[in-house]
Ligand binder design. Structure first.
Ligand code: ADP
Length: 285
C-alpha cells in the first residue's frame, strides 16, 4: 500500500563532550550504529503504524548492507529481490532499470513516497510512474536542492518540506508562521496540489489548491530530547494515513501525523525513536 523509493544509510555515531579540532583525537564516551536514511526511515515509521510497505532501494554487498536488509525485514518491510553492488554510495546507483523492475509494486501502491537522497532523476521517474497509474504521490524534497527540477512540483500530489528546505527552494527564511504561509503559497504556485511545511515544535502549515488559505496545524507540547528524524517520522505517518484512512481530511491526517512525530522526538536516535502502533493512543487509528 505504501511504497517508498529512497535511501538506506548506516549511521555510525559517537558521542563526545566536544568536536575534535583538525588533527586532534578526543575520547568518545559512547558509540553506536543506527539505521537511517530518509527513505528507509519513512518506510519504517509507516510500517510501525501497521502499513503494508515496500522499500525500493539499493544497499552495498558488505556487512552494513546485509545488516540493513535484516533491519528492514525485522520491521516487516518487503524488500523483494535485492540488487546488490559493492560500493558505499550504493544509494546513488539505484537507477531507471531498478524502477522498471519494481514497476508492478509502484503501480499497485496506494501511495508512493520519494525524497532526494537518491539520484533526483530516479525520484522524479518514480513519481511519474506512480502518477501515470493513479497512485498518490508524496514528495519530500530532502536534502533540498536550490535548482530542483520544476517537474517535481507538477508530479507531487503532496509536497512536504521543512523550514530549511523551504528556504533553499524559495530563498525566504522561515522564522514565523507568516513566513511559512508565504513559502507555502509560493510552492503551491509552482504546480503542486498541496504543500505542507513542517515547523518543528510549531507543527505544520498546509495550503492546497482546494483550500488556498494557508492553515496552521499545531503540534502538541512535548519535552523533546532528540528531534533527529522527526521529519521522516512525520512523512512516514502521513503516508500511512493517506493509504489507510483516505477519507480523513488532510488537516486531520496532519494533526495525527504531528502526534506521531512528536512522540518520536521524546526518545533518542532516529528509527529507534519511532513509535509502534501498539504503543500509541488508539484514537490515532
Ligand atoms: P525535520 O526533522 O525535517 O527538521 P521538523 O523539525 O519540522 O522536521 O519536524 C517534523 C515534525 O515533527 C513537526 O511537524 C512536528 O509534528 C514534529 N516535531 C518536531 N519537533 C517537535 C517538538 N519539539 N515538539 C513537538 N513536535 C515536534
Amino acid at each position: 500500500q505504501v511504497v517508498v523509493v529512497g535511501s538506506c544509510m548506516t549511521d555510525l555515531v559517537s558521542l563526545t563532550t566536544r568536536l575534535p579540532k583538525a588533527g586532534e583525537t578526543v575520547l568518545g564516551h559512547k558509540f553506536f550504529i543506527g539505521f537511517g536514511g530518509k527513505g528507509a526511515n519513512q518506510c519504517v515509521q509507516s510500517a510501525r503504524l501497521g502499513a503494508n510497505t515496500s522499500l525500493i532501494c539499493k544497499v552495498g554487498k558488505d556487512s552494513f548492507g546485509n545488516d540493513y536488509v535484516e533491519n528492514l525485514k525485522k520491521n516487516g518491510i518487503s524488500t523483494g529481490q535485492n540488487v546488490i553492488v559493492i560500493v558505499p554510495g550504493a544509494n546513488l546507483l539505484l537507477n531507471f532499470e531498478d524502477l522498471k523492475r519494481a514497476s508492478d509494486v509502484i503501480c499497485k501502491a496506494k501511495v508512493l513516497v520519494c525524497q532526494l537522497e537518491i539520484t533526483p532523476a530516479v525520484s522524479l521517474e518514480a513519481l511519474k510512474m506512480a502518477r501515470a497509474s493513479g497512485v498518490k504521490t508524496l514528495f519530500n524534497p530532502a536534502p533540498a536542492l536550490a535548482d530542483l527540477d520544476p517537474q517535481f512540483y507538477i508530479y507531487s500530489d503532496i509536497f512536504c518540506c521543512n523550514e530549511t528546505e523551504a528556504e533553499i527552494l524559495t530563498g525566504i527564511p522561515v522564522g514565523n508562521l507568516e513566513d511559512a504561509e508565504k513559502v507555502g503559497r509560493m510552492l503551491l504556485e509552482r504546480g503542486c496540489k498541496l504543500v505542507i511545511v513542517t515547523l518543528g515544535a510549531e507543527g505544520c502549515m498546509m495550503i492546497s489548491v482546494e483550500e488556498p488559505i494557508p492553515k496552521h496545524v499545531p503540534a502538541g507540547k512535548v519535552r523533546a530530547v532528540d528531534t533527529t528524524g522527526a521529519g521522516d517520522s512525520f512523512v512516514g505517518a502521513l503516508a500511512f494515513y493517506l493509504a489507510y484512512y483516505p477519507k480523513l481530511s488532510m488537516e486531520e491526517m496532519i494533526r495525527k501525523s504531528n502526534c506521531i512525530a512528536s512522540v518520536s522526538v521524546q526518545a533518542s536516535g532516529t528509527q529507534s525513536s519511532y513509535p509502534y502502533r501498539k504503543d500509541l493512543p488508539q484514537d490515532l487509528f
